[in-house]
Write a protein that binds this ligand. Structure first.
Ligand code: ADP
Ligand code: MG
Length: 884
């Protein structure tokens, strides 16, 4: 392109009148330089490119057009979506060893010439499969909805207005707006670019920032007026007209599927599948044992009958032994937990994080916006020359014209209140910007105004003071004033100015400016209302709250004191972190709760140090530079409101309301979910013991195969009740009152602790003795009433099952208390009522004879109730002694 001529597309100016300033503000950096060149006297022609009809360009598609286009081009998925078929789901359930056993049992019945038993068995099998498939389908739906919620978003212009949609729904022709931190979701032409710089390393392997503009300036394969899916916006803003989506994009062609986040088994899922395996092995051994014993016992039967009968008894045992509920419990409880959290503004992106949440021991949070409200107001001003008007004007001129930073908004608001309107502030021409970076911690604007040139700067006092020529006395004054303001918990910003004669003399960067120090402004950003209480809750729960901020240490310390962070006079600054070795930092973090003047890069080291000390760390972040630390943390938390797409993608959790309280709630709920899984596992263990041992002991005692306590149909019948109990009722249990008074759990702790195992085994055995004892007594007392004996035992197990859930709700709280907490829960009541109805149906209708059961007399029923209550409720007495 010839020097001196520049083509600027009309689209730049679609939003307003074309003044010199807007032209400047909306230009690509290269063009900006050219404009500066014009102002510096170099002649340059500006041609407006009129072939881009601006209004049509900026309005974008209509919603109905987008819909039609989506029908034609499909969804914007880099990896084509796999459809899970219903049949496959059923087949998956059928693959479980449990169902193989069930089918074998049913087949044997048919072989035995007892088709009626076989059919009943099959009906039960279908019912159990039905429950499982419905559960799986529900969890799948939940997980999918969650994924949708945390899916990448993009802002588009449709029907002429900006709206946010799932990136998946982009169609060719859409206008999308990209800005710092966005991961570009589709390929398209740049039709507007301000300072737009994109990292294309995911495609090209070169990690340099590529400046983008509307006009092509080379013939490379990777065009500079085009942007590509999968790349990352480092700086600036742009409007893109989407050309290609999904697999059509350059990124899609490569087939590098980042979105293909395979659901890996969570640590708990791995643990429980080991447990299931162990149980299965034991079942296999016992299976053989029972086959042999039954075979020996049935001396007077024919050979064929002996074989069949012994296999049948053994199958009953094997079915009773395999805790096939474990995997179901986990997926249901974890996914439902995540779903409940989503309703409370906390989006879990990765299921295993739900488990980890409960173990969090250190919570590293940003100060501004998370602990504080990020609503600033100017509280105090101190000027060297006592000229507040001049000070305020320079302070205002150092802000962005379209301020979005709450601090700058507060400054402008202050100026306007004192009759220095925006029109006055920004009446000149902005000819250069020194941009704010986390490292620089200051910024400046160069204005041409009333014939003169003024550099207006603001930033952290240390940094601004370094650019001023101050005598000792003044330095001391400024420092003491700054300290006084900071001690009040205010954020202190220094303002400086420089007057320049000629445009050639404008320094290249801010560090080269020689500033006149004007004064200090102090801003208040009050802590969020509930933060104090939340931090107190955290300390009670053994969770350390660590504050991370770019602000100065004294301000941070004052706020920390305000909200009750302990050790608030022990502060480490970013500069100190730079001088520390990894080991030294590891020592330091043991008792430091405030990190001030840090840049995002420091966060990575802080997380690492905590982790190496054995802590489980949750850390918040929002910027592009926070992503590595978020990945490194055990729980990376992205801010949903101000967080960048990159931070969201790196995070385990997205906080939709950026609120500290939500983090604490999430950790608490993580503990509840983990507790409930533990309770469910303990329950499954306990309830399987009476079933398994009854199946084992009956053959050992030489009880004939027709007189067994549990026939295969009965085992399936009980499974029908156990499954929903643990996955529905236990999943819904509210948190125990003391949940935030315990220390975080040891991350290496196994889900089935020895305590839990002992408790479950004892509970199971007591129930076994009660049920089997009654059955056996009835059986030997009167041989003909095997149906009654069996009915007694099965009713005891079914009623005890309901009680067991209530009792095991807590190791401390009494059962009636947990019951009251859920008294309005429809689901819990449905399970209770369904169990009652089931007992009535299987005992008192014609079905009872099909199931080889018999009606019980009122006297027997009362006995059943008494035995059930005493075989379970004894644990309440244990609680009583524990509590004392
Ligand atoms: P925090 O971690 O509290 O959000 P920041 O990184 O935003 O802190 O800011 C760190 C410091 O940089 C502030 O204390 C202030 O001195 C300076 N600073 C922040 N924003 C601006 C701004 N818009 N203009 C000038 N200085 C700023
Ligand atoms: Mg900030």
């Amino acid at each position: 392109m010839p020097v001196g001529q520049y083509i600027v597309p009309r689209a730049f100016f679609a939003y307003g009148t074309i003044t010199e300033r807007t032209l400047f503000m909306h230009c690509h950096r290269a063009i900006k330089q050219k404009f500066l060149d014009i102002r510096l006297g170099i002649k340059m022609e500006v041609t407006f490119m009129t072939n881009l009809n601006n209004s049509a360009e900026i309005v974008g598609l209509t919603n109905s057009e987008a819909k039609l286009l989506q029908e034609r081009y499909g969804k914007n998925n880099i990896v084509p979506e796999k459809k899970e078929s219903f049949i496959r789901k059923v087949l998956e359930v059928l693959k479980e060893p449990m169902f193989l056993l069930l089918l074998v049992a049913a087949t044997i019945y048919f072989i035995l010439g007892e088709p009626r038993d076989g059919i009943i068995m099959l009906i039960f099998v279908v019912a159990v499969i039905g429950i499982d498939v419905v559960q799986e389908w529900k969890t799948d739906k939940t997980l999918k909805a969650l994924r949708n919620l945390s899916a990448p978003h993009i802002t588009v212009i449709r029907d002429g207005i900006e709206s946010t949609i799932n990136s998946e729904d982009l169609v060719p022709g859409d206008l999308m707006i990209i800005s710092e931190g966005v991961k570009v979701p589709a390929d398209g032409f740049i039709i507007k670019a301000n300072d737009l710089c994109i990292d294309e390393s995911s495609l090209t392997g070169e990690s340099i920032c590529i400046w983008k503009s509307v006009i092509a300036n080379n013939n490379n394969y990777w065009k500079n007026n085009y942007c590509y899916a999968g790349t990352l916006v480092i700086q600036g803003r742009g409007i893109i007209k989407v050309e290609k989506i999904g697999v059509e994009t350059e990124y899609g062609k490569i087939g590098k599927n980042v979105y293909d986040a395979k659901e890996e088994a969570t640590p708990l899922q791995k643990q429980t599948s080991t447990l299931v395996k162990i149980c299965a092995y034991i079942a296999a051994i016992l299976f053989l044992l029972v086959v042999m014993i039954t075979y020996v016992n049935l001396m007077d039967y024919s050979f064929k009958d002996r074989i069949i009968e012994s296999i049948l008894s053994a199958i009953t045992l094997a079915m009773a032994m395999i805790p096939e509920e474990f995997p179901v419990i986990l997926t249901v409880v974890l996914s439902m937990g995540a779903w409940r959290l989503a309703k409370k503004n906390s989006l879990v992106r990765k299921l295993p994080s739900v488990e980890t949440l409960g173990a969090v021991s250190v919570l590293c949070v940003d100060k501004t916006g998370t602990i504080t409200m990020n609503k600033m107001t100017v509280k105090d001003i101190w000027t060297i020359k006592n000229d507040i008007k001049d000070f305020s004007t320079i302070m205002g001129m150092a802000c962005e014209v379209e301020a979005y930073d709450p601090m700058e908004q507060a400054i402008i608001e202050y100026c306007e209140k004192n009759d220095i309107t925006k029109d006055i502030l920004f009446s000149g021409t902005l000819i250069k910007e020194y941009s704010f970076t986390n490292k620089r911690k200051m910024m400046g604007h160069v204005w041409k105004k009333d014939g003169g040139i003024i550099v207006a700067t603001k930033g952290s006092p240390e940094k601004i003071m370094a650019l001023c020529d101050l005598d000792k006395e003044l330095k001391k004054d400024i420092s003491s004033k700054m300290k006084e303001m900071s001690l009040r918990g205010l954020r202190v910003i220094a303002v400086g100015k420089m007057v320049i004669e000629k445009e050639e003399e404008i320094p290249r960067n801010l560090e080269q400016c020689k500033l006149e120090f004007l004064g200090l402004v102090a801003l208040q950003d009050p802590p969020r209302e509930t933060v104090k209480e939340d931090i107190a809750n955290c300390s009670r729960a053994g969770i350390r709250v660590v504050m991370i901020t770019g602000d100065n240490g004294i301000t941070a310390s004052a706020i920390a004191k305000d909200v009750g962070i302990i050790g608030n006079d022990n502060i480490i600054t970013g500069d100190i972190i730079d001088t520390l070795s990894d080991e030294e930092l590891r020592e330091k973090v043991k008792n430091t709760n405030i990190f001030s003047r840090v840049v995002p890069e420091h966060k990575m080291r802080i997380v690492k140090a905590f982790k190496e000390n054995g802590e489980i760390v949750a850390m918040t972040g929002d910027g592009v530079n926070d992503a590595p630390a978020l990945k490194k943390a055990d729980i990376g938390i992205a801010m949903g409101k101000r967080g960048s797409e990159v931070a969201r993608e790196a995070a385990d959790l997205i906080l939709l309301d950026d609120n500290f309280s939500t983090i604490v709630y999430t950790v608490k709920d993580g503990r509840r979910i983990y507790d409930n899984i533990k309770k469910a596992i303990g329950y499954v263990f306990a309830i399987h013991i009476p079933i398994a041992f009854s199946s084992l002991l009956a053959p050992l005692l030489g009880i004939g195969s027709k007189e067994l306590l549990l026939l295969p149909i009965h085992v399936v019948l009980l499974e029908l009740i156990i499954d929903p109990t643990c996955s529905i009722v236990l999943e819904r249990q509210p948190a125990e009152d003391s949940i935030m008074e315990k220390k975080p759990r040891n991350p290496n702790e196994k889900i089935l602790t020895s305590n839990l195992l002992i408790k479950s085994v004892i509970q199971g055995f007591v129930l076994f003795i009660a049920a089997f004892g009654i059955y056996y007594i009835y059986l030997i007392r009167n041989q003909s009433s095997v149906e009654v004996a069996r009915s007694m035992a099965i009713s005891i197990i079914m009623i005890s099952n309901l009680l067991l859930v209530q009792v095991n709700n807590s190791n401390k709280e009494y059962a009636y208390k947990s019951f009251i907490k859920l008294r309005k829960d429809k689901v819990m009541w449905s399970v209770i009522i369904a169990t009652m109805v089931a007992i009535v149906v299987i005992l008192y209708t014609p079905i009872s004879s099909l199931l080889k059961l018999a009606p019980l007399t009122i006297g027997n029923m009362i006995l059943v109730l008494l035995i059930s209550v005493s075989s379970i409720m004894w644990y309440e007495i244990v609680k009583f002694f524990k509590n004392r």
